[in-house]
Design a protein around this ligand. Structure first.
Ligand code: LMR
Length: 331
């Protein structure tokens, strides 16, 4: 069966090609899967505001948050077909496209802090990863930050051994799959839009995510325990359909790139405070008990998860993993 969004995309492709400069305004659809009130949601709205102002009515940005247009996997297909022009998927979602290298960002405990992360995204590694997108008809515009992940379930989780047997939702990344297996949990790939209900009905027992995603999807209302493991990272690659982007009049493209640069600064500035505020709101809700592991417990989590680097290095690329470890260390 052909899915409705594919039909819509095909209809679009069948329509005669029009010169973007002759169209007024150029409409750009920007689809994402999280709530408006998250670092990504706010940055997307900021980009709309800045881009429309900079192009003085020549461009209209339509934002579709919360999977209202497409879910995780569909949105990448839709981008390649040209049914949507901009996305900001988490780096954990590029594996199914054949771009396994992006799963680098899923390695547990790779980044020591945000500065070490920037050395990877803003340096040669970030640029090389964007080059890999081109063969898929995609261009990379920017990296947007979110934050570090926590674990949530209905059971207290002080040590990695407490995760044994739990069915945990993950994004579609083999590195995350290996990570959950390393703590004897049972990983289940699932689209972000389906997680709340899966937690509520017991289809899965728990989840890893950043506090801003847990809070804005109300996942904390259907989970009793949360542990601030900070064991991994979620961030985004802002990507466009390359053919569409390259066909834009040069002046408009430059204005949009300027707006993207400002929106990126904004995204990366608010990410940490948004996640801290979300964690505080979860704590205050009283619905989920928030646990901060002791130093000894943190060491146990690291010991259990760090071997994953070795298990998956062939998938991501040994050289890439080594280069990232070096960049993180500031060498
Ligand atoms: C997830 O699926 O958990 C995240 O990638 C959602 C997002 O875009 O932050």
């Amino acid at each position: 069966m052909i899915r409705p969004f594919l039909l819509a995309a095909l209809a679009l492709l069948a329509a005669p090609m029009t010169d973007a400069s002759a169209q007024s305004p150029v409409v750009i659809k920007f689809s994402h899967v999280v709530a408006r009130d998250t670092p990504k949601g706010k940055a997307a709205d900021k980009f709309k505001e800045l881009a429309e102002a900079a192009t003085k009515g020549k461009v209209k940005i339509e934002i579709y948050p919360n999977s209202t247009l497409y879910k995780d996997k569909e949105e990448l297909e839709a981008l390649q077909l040209g049914a949507v022009q901009i996305l900001a998927p988490s780096m954990a979602k590029f594996g199914p496209l054949g771009l396994k290298e992006f799963e680098l960002f899923d390695l547990p405990y790779l980044f020591s802090d945000r500065a070490s992360l920037e050395r990877v995204t803003q340096g040669q590694i970030g640029r090389d990863l964007f080059k890999k997108l081109e063969a898929k008809g995609i261009s990379g515009l920017a990296y947007w930050d979110n934050g570090f992940k926590v674990m949530a379930s209905n059971r207290p989780m002080h040590l990695p051994t407490d995760m044994k047997g739990l069915k945990l939702r993950i994004q579609a990344s083999k590195v995350l799959d290996e990570q959950m297996r390393a703590i004897s949990a049972n990983p289940q790939v699932m689209a972000f839009s389906e997680v709340y209900q899966a937690l509520q009905t017991g289809v899965v027992d728990g989840v890893e995510n950043v506090p801003s995603n847990l809070y804005t999807q109300k996942m904390h209302e259907v989970q009793k325990h949360l542990t601030v493991t900070n064991h991994g990272y979620i961030g985004y690659a802002v990507i466009v359909n390359k053919k569409f982007w390259d066909a834009l009049p040069a002046d408009i493209r430059a204005q949009l790139e300027g707006a993207m640069k400002q929106a990126t600064d904004y995204a990366n500035k608010i990410a940490q405070q948004e996640n801290e505020a979300a964690l505080e709101s979860i704590r205050k809700s009283g619905k989920t008990a928030v646990y901060m592991p002791t130093d000894a417990e943190k060491a146990e989590w690291r010991k259990a998860l760090l071997p994953v680097h070795k298990t998956v290095e062939d998938r991501i690329g040994k050289e890439l993993v080594a280069a990232a470890v070096k960049a993180v260390a500031g060498k």
